[in-house]
Design a protein around this ligand. Structure first.
Ligand SMILES: [Zn+2]
Ligand SMILES: [Zn+2]
Length: 335
């Protein structure tokens, strides 16, 4: 494998304008590895950068292969990896316990504050390049990040609040992360997983992943755990309404609306856990590979639409319109 001499990268100029630059590559920095990007998935959160522009190359759901290495690294060229985006310090209290997503000195995320994966090449700190097991392909491995990684971490936190495994779990919002929660909850052994989304096509995908879709959104006290994945205020209200006393509301959805709690007599007179989570810690990666072995291929089949880097603007257009659930930018032939 010869190391590339330059890099083609997408630049988000704002107002949905995307163009490309070709930049000469310097030597890889000490402690970093250079990856050929095999897959970089589009994420709903990228829409903010598409509208507002980005100073760095966006793209934060990356699977790649090591093509060059900096001083002081040990990953061999040819290693397939997924990219863990928080640039954690490795030395604070949280990092030392493996809770790297809670790093107290976290300043940068790859694809947000430093160059990400909408490019044919990306440099990352070696500690953020997580080797992929041989039996998992790059198109499934990449789901170990924002889809399965984030879903599994949120669910693990929510389940820790419960004395018994949940009998019934509801997912509100069936975008890629919501569908990830459906698949992971099933793979974790939750017997009855229901899902709701106003979009019938998305709901059908949740059904394909094993969710029940006849859902009563009005009656109180139905679900041990509810997972809100849309960020919309009405969906948050549903998640709070249908949870049983003592249950848990997992708030994964993101929007600019504040999280609120109702001031109703019912809410005042109930026990309830509200759980919020961010990404996942390195300590959970091993367990996430096992979950991916169980549910990853089905999720990929439901979610992924391969496109190439020059088609990025078109893919975003269809993504924003809701026609594509999770476009994958693929380069070369992902394993
Ligand atoms: Zn994402
Ligand atoms: Zn730290």
């Amino acid at each position: 494998m010869t190391a590339p001499a330059n890099r083609r990268a997408a630049r988000f100029r704002g107002e949905a304008v995307i163009d490309f630059t070709v930049d000469d590559l310097r030597e890889v920095a000490p402690g970093e590895v250079r990856l050929r990007v095999d897959v970089c998935a589009l994420c709903g959160s990228d829409k903010r950068l598409l509208a507002g522009g980005s100073a760095v190359v966006p793209g934060h759901e990356i699977a790649g292969t090591v093509v060059a290495t900096g001083d002081g690294t040990s990953l061999p060229v040819g290693t397939r990896c997924i990219v863990y985006i928080p640039i954690f310090c490795g030395a604070c209290d949280q990092c030392l316990r493996g809770q790297t997503n809670r790093c107290l000195r976290l300043r940068e995320l790859i694809g947000w504050q430093r160059d990400g994966g909408f490019a044919d090449v990306v440099d990352v700190p070696e500690r953020c390049a997580l080797p992929v097991p041989d039996d998992i392909g790059q198109d499934v491995a990449v789901l170990g990040l924002d889809t399965v990684g984030t879903a599994a971490h949120g669910l693990r936190l929510a389940l820790r609040t419960q004395d018994e495994p949940p009998r019934r779990l509801l997912v509100v919002g069936c975008g890629p992360l919501g569908l990830g929660v459906v698949a992971v909850a099933r793979a974790m052994g939750v017997e009855a997983v229901d899902a709701h989304d106003p979009h019938p096509g998305r709901l059908a995908l949740a059904e394909r992943l094993g969710a029940g879709t006849r859902v009563d959104l009005e009656s109180e006290n139905q679900y041990d755990v509810t997972v809100e994945v849309s960020g919309a205020a009405p969906a948050r209200a549903v998640a709070q309404r249908v949870v049983v006393p003592g249950g848990a509301v997992l708030a994964l959805g993101e929007s600019n609306d504040p999280y609120t709690m109702p001031a109703t007599p019912r809410w005042r007179r109930t026990d309830c856990f509200t759980v919020r989570s961010f990404y996942f810690p390195l300590a959970e990666v091993e367990g996430n590979w096992d979950l991916l072995r169980r549910c990853g291929p089905a999720l990929r089949d439901v979610l992924a639409h391969p496109v190439t880097l020059p088609e990025l603007a078109q893919a975003f257009e269809e993504f924003v319109a809701g026609d594509l659930l999770k476009p994958y930018i693929v380069s070369g032939a992902p394993a």
